[in-house]
Design a protein around this ligand. Sequence first.
Ligand code: ACO
Length: 361
Amino acid sequence: MKSGLEDVVAAETVLSDVDGKNGRLIVRGVSLDELVRTSRYEDVLALLFDGFFPLEGSLQAALGRARVEVSGHVARADVELVALPPVDGMRALLARLGDGNDVESALRLVAAPAMFTTALLRRKAGLETVAPDPALGHAADTLRMLTGDMPSEQQASALDRYLVTVSDHGLNASTFASRVIASTQAGLTSSVLAALSALKGPLHGGAPGPVLDMLDAVGSPANAEGWIASELARGERLMGFGHRVYRVRDPRADALKGAVRLLAASGAIDAGRLALAEAVETSALAQLRLKKPDRPLETNVEFYTALLLESLGFPREAFTCVFAMGRVGGWIAHAREQAVDGRLIRPMSVYVGPVPQVAAE
Ligand code: ACO
């Protein structure tokens, strides 16, 4: 029995490879470094979907049409759903989309997290929802639907870089959940719902909100060392550090740190906030090295995600929803890959409970 299925290989995939020793991520043959330099989210989606769905014409146009289609479901974001944490409201709305396996269903599911999250957040703030503009890129339109204003080029490309960076990542917990459901031949919506439910936990995609809580609690760079020391002494985990697979720095952390620095240069991130984050990171890494010399604990993707999404105007309680906007493409491609492979995922357990007493003869 392998606790947490650590090191267990449970699928063959052409989609992505996480090299934890060398800190490298490859998506369909392209390294993350190259992807963030050369591709927009729609390009990565086309790469992920290639061979799993028939794609004709521009994917940006098809995704734009899917946003318009999903906007017909936004009216279902009623008072009850608006009162829930955004990820739970979004999950309830997703559950009402049909459970197909075709390309239209896939594109609706990619469009839906952006549509539902922005609608729920605006309704919560007492604002009218904003209709999608199918001519825009997915990232730019998402920010427009969030704030009601056209984002700057730097803001749109920062969100786009984030969506590209998190689009797929091997057999992480949410992707595995998606594949388990797909292996039963249930539809894509069922896979995405299971994946989203796995993503929301604080050990997976729920960490960046708590990263900001940590920055707020630290308050100033001078407090970083003492605050972190007392958290570690109490046995607390530092959010945004450590990873099951990476034993070196998560390459996605650097991709996002680059985007954060670009935003800071354009004045979109407060320089003091960035300095605080850098002080917390430096001190956390130094103290984690001393505390766990045998278990490398490095910065993970969630640390700079927190700063990036905060500066783009997303409230921290919706960060997991934004993660889902990017990862949904990976979940869907993995679900199709698993469903086509056709084997039901059905592992075994070791029974360690009591056994019925055999009556003595
Ligand atoms: N801060 C302090 N200690 C840590 C941290 C951390 N962030 N992460 C791991 N440790 C310690 C554990 O307490 C454990 O110590 P012990 O052996 O004395 O009990 C040891 O390191 C090994 O930890 P595991 O739980 O075995 O590591 P696992 O591979 O299961 O966990 C995980 C990986 C969940 C990401 C973990 O590092 C963690 O909790 N990090 C904080 C939450 C976080 O940032 N999550 C986002 C991950 S990225 C993503 O999913 C997109």
